[in-house]
Design a protein around this ligand. Structure first.
Ligand SMILES: [Zn+2]
Length: 273
């Protein structure tokens, strides 16, 4: 018998074992096999026979990897929404969606107070009032949008994941400005989809060029390299401090001596040539 035939028979045997597993457990079983082919095959035989402990272990493994995939998918989705939101805001910087976002930003920055602070403390009271005002303004803005509840099905290994969702209820096509309104609805839905992951906080307005952008990293505060350079240049404090530092540096006796020696060395070197 050739080595190839033996190999094929081995694979057939493995395939037969995998087929005997309950649905959804073939993928984690293959992972176990790849980790350690010898003990993995033995483990797989026990699972195929329906041994409770082995099946449970595979189920836990499947659940963990499903969860990891779901989390990653949710993150990718959220990033996609955030980037679409930034695109919309760049073109519509004065619209309702910006107002909604600014209200939420202001709301989350209000410090939390204890019940006694809210009742007796001046700042506590003022913050509480401000919070209520902002919330009412936000509700009033959001109440102009109409969405209807819907259900999405997303593939999940061997079954479906049922997802609740909201679809925009758009006005009839004849309505003037329909396209703008549709874009606004979509942008608002994008914003809503980035709230849970916190990704919306990376959708920022560049303080230099005033354009909206999606910051790939949390630290990024300006939109581009050219704006970073402009920010640095515009920062007079930094420039003046640097100038002052250089001035005092060259006045330092040690530096002065070193520079004098350097000049001397250079001039003698030149004479030597
Ligand atoms: Zn910029």
């Amino acid at each position: 018998m050739s080595a190839k035939n033996q190999n094929d028979r081995g694979l057939d045997g493995l395939a037969a074992l995998l087929r005997q597993l309950p649905p959804g457990l073939a993928a984690p079983a293959i992972e176990v096999l790849l980790d350690d082919p010898v003990s993995g095959t033995d483990f797989l035989r026990r699972a195929a026979k329906g041994e409770r402990k082995a099946i449970k272990a595979l189920e836990r493994k499947a659940e963990r990897s499903n969860h990891a995939i779901e989390t990653e998918r949710a993150q990718i989705e959220s990033e996609r929404h955030a980037s679409a939101l930034a695109d919309y805001l760049r073109q519509n910087p004065g619209g309702n969606v910006v107002r909604v976002m600014n209200l939420v930003r202001e709301l989350v920055n209000i410090p939390r107070h204890s019940g006694t602070e809210v009742l007796g403390d001046k700042t506590g009271k003022a913050n509480q009032t401000r919070m209520h005002d902002l919330q009412h303004e936000l509700y009033a803005l959001l109440s102009k949008y109409e969405f209807y509840p819907s259900i999405d099905l997303k593939p999940k290994s061997d079954s479906w994941l049922v997802m609740p969702t909201w679809r925009p209820l758009l006005l009839p096509l004849a309505w003037e400005g329909q396209m703008e309104r549709a874009a606004e609805y979509i942008a608002l839905a994008d914003f809503m989809s980035t709230i849970e992951s916190g990704e919306w906080e990376r959708v920022r307005k560049c303080p230099i060029c005033q354009k909206w952008f999606y910051a790939q990293s949390k630290k990024k505060l300006v939109c581009s390299n050219s704006c970073r350079f402009r920010k640095y240049q515009a920062n007079g404090v930094v420039r003046d401090k640097r100038r002052e530092y250089m001035r005092s540096y060259f006045r330092h006796p040690k530096v002065k001596t070193r520079l004098r020696l350097k000049r001397k060395a250079r001039s003698t070197g030149e004479k030597g040539v």
